[in-house]
Design a protein around this ligand. Sequence first.
Ligand code: GLN
Length: 279
Amino acid sequence: MNQTLEQAVAAGANLLAQSSESAKLDAQVLLLHVLDKPRSYLFTWPERLLSTEQQHSFDTLCARRLNGEPVAHITGQREFWSLTLEVNATTLIPRPDTETLVEAALGLGISENAKVLDLGTGTGAIALALGSEMPLWNITAVDKVTDAVALATRNQQRLGLGNVRVKQSNWFSSLDNEYFDLIVTNPPYIESSDEHLAQGDVRFEPLSALVAEDSGMSDIKQIITQSRDYLLSSGYLLIEHGYDQGFAVREFFKTMAFVNIKTIKDLGENDRVTLAQWP
Ligand code: GLN
């Protein structure tokens, strides 16, 4: 039998509680995706009945979520900063923690027409958030994964952010003779033996976006080392990292002769971003 919107959310939340920590929210988001309505619709029309087709779609989406598939993969989108981004299984789903990096970058007070580089852009989240706030920044977003480059390009075009250009590059490999005021990155930084890779949404994300050698430090170290050849004098490098990597990242910045090294915490009070300046 067809349910009302209110009943559908309750039944979905009840079902999804078996496999999700955000069961009610998941049910609401999936139902709104089926209805193709804004969030307020659920609270305005709780008694409205689903059509048979809508009921069937909703049940199908709940079954996929019950099986562990991330909500963002099911709906094909995720909110990040003030933007709605297309998301798929070729790259990382943008996380709220990464907004800490965006906020830190915007707070540096660097020039209005800065040249900025986002390494390993994935969906384009960081570059596009910065581009939406700083219309005169000239932002290059790179990724080594062809499908991620295509995805970030679609996001850039749909959002109409002409100050961001997306390009394929394995870290700095396609960036000869370019110099930046600011380099930002959310690289892979999880150790391959980390048990949380076998839990929850990350199981559906590519390891190429998550895992790095050398206790999760290998890409971070490569980026710090190479960025010295691409930063303008007094330019900044901002890196997202694991909650327990702050000390190691600061030490490596020091070894590589960076100055003004500082770690910033995320919303959960964990070390999440370390930044430093090239003298
Ligand atoms: N913070 C993410 C997680 O813990 C990982 C992101 C990354 O590796 N860059 O799942």
